[in-house]
Design a protein around this ligand. Structure first.
Ligand SMILES: [Zn+2]
Length: 297
């Protein structure tokens, strides 16, 4: 259609307008006056915030509860990470139990010194083999077998298989006379790292600090291997009745770690990194000028 004259489109528009129904004509006038209406904005879901349930007044939470709820803040539901939601749900379901449950039995058996806290992360620090970390973790939770505990369910005596004293958790891992040579050995080793060995250090582990990270990692490995030695020699004694020296077991475990790491370092040409970690201060081992490994213990 050719619209050469301005009157032609004007006439067409007038005719079209006249053909509209009155409501449509009102709408057209409104559009020409106000502009094209925008679609109504659809509001999104309202902001939801989730947090912990309030504790009942009859069950005050333990000051060192295993529940993380006391540390959780209100979070926006739409943007909360999945792990956070999972933790919140898990702890909410079990809050009556968790809120009155202490994080470790050792707070009563071996009260932490001022400023001391269980170093849960150190139990699984870099050098510690996973099974050794598991035993340390179970011990800190008090989830290892003892004669006193087993005697409730089985006909076995509740006495220590080594010395005949009533076998409590503290006796198995701290007080039995058979442990003294192992503790003296640990004392001597840790002194060379400028640390004082103590029952607290054995149970609660050493926090890993950036400035002394190599030393702290080695010490946590030694502490973990000591607990494994105590655990394994007791199990063997109960199973076979043989007397196994936990100090000798500990030495053997300590020797095997740098030996395996040394072979790996030689094969990957990374002896410098090996010396930096494992031959620290020559306490556990050293590397001779000819490139062979010397075990110190
Ligand atoms: Zn004993």
């Amino acid at each position: 259609m050719r619209l050469s004259r301005p009157r032609t489109p004007l006439c067409i528009l007038q005719e079209m307008r006249a053909a509209l129904l009155p409501p449509a004509r009102v709408y057209l006038d409104w559009v020409l006056r106000e502009g094209t209406p925008r679609p109504p904005s659809t509001p999104g879901p309202p902001d939801l915030f989730i947090g912990l349930l309030p504790h009942g007044p009859d069950r005050p939470p333990h000051p060192f509860t295993v529940s993380w709820l006391r540390e959780l803040q209100l979070v926006q539901f739409q943007t909360a990470p999945r792990k956070h939601l999972y933790t919140l749900m898990l702890h909410t379901f079990h809050v009556p139990t968790l809120a009155s449950h202490p994080d470790t039995k050792w707070r009563d058996l071996l009260p932490p010194l001022e400023g001391e806290e269980p170093q849960w992360a150190s139990l699984y620090s870099t050098l510690v083999p996973r099974p050794a970390g598991d035993i340390s973790w179970r011990l800190l939770h008090g989830a290892v077998s003892t004669g006193v505990y087993l005697a409730r369910f089985t006909p076995i005596p509740d006495t220590c298989p080594f010395c005949g004293v009533r076998e409590t958790l503290a006796h198995v891992y701290l007080e039995c006379a058979r442990l003294q040579p192992l503790f003296r050995l640990l004392t001597n080793i840790l002194l060379r790292f400028w640390l004082h060995f103590s029952p607290h250090l054995l149970i609660y582990a050493l926090p890993v600090h950036g400035a002394a990270k190599s030393r702290d990692l080695l010490v946590n490995l030694l502490l973990a291997l000591a607990k494994v030695a105590i655990y394994k020699t007791r199990v063997r004694r109960l199973a076979d009745g043989v007397s196994c020296d936990c100090g000798a077991y500990f030495r053997s475990s300590v020797h095997s770690c740098p030996r395996a790491e040394f072979l790996w370092a030689v094969s990957t040409d990374s002896l410098d990194a090996f010396e930096e970690q494992w031959a620290l201060s020559g306490v556990l081992c050293s590397v001779s000028p000819s490139g062979s490994l010397r075990l110190t213990l």
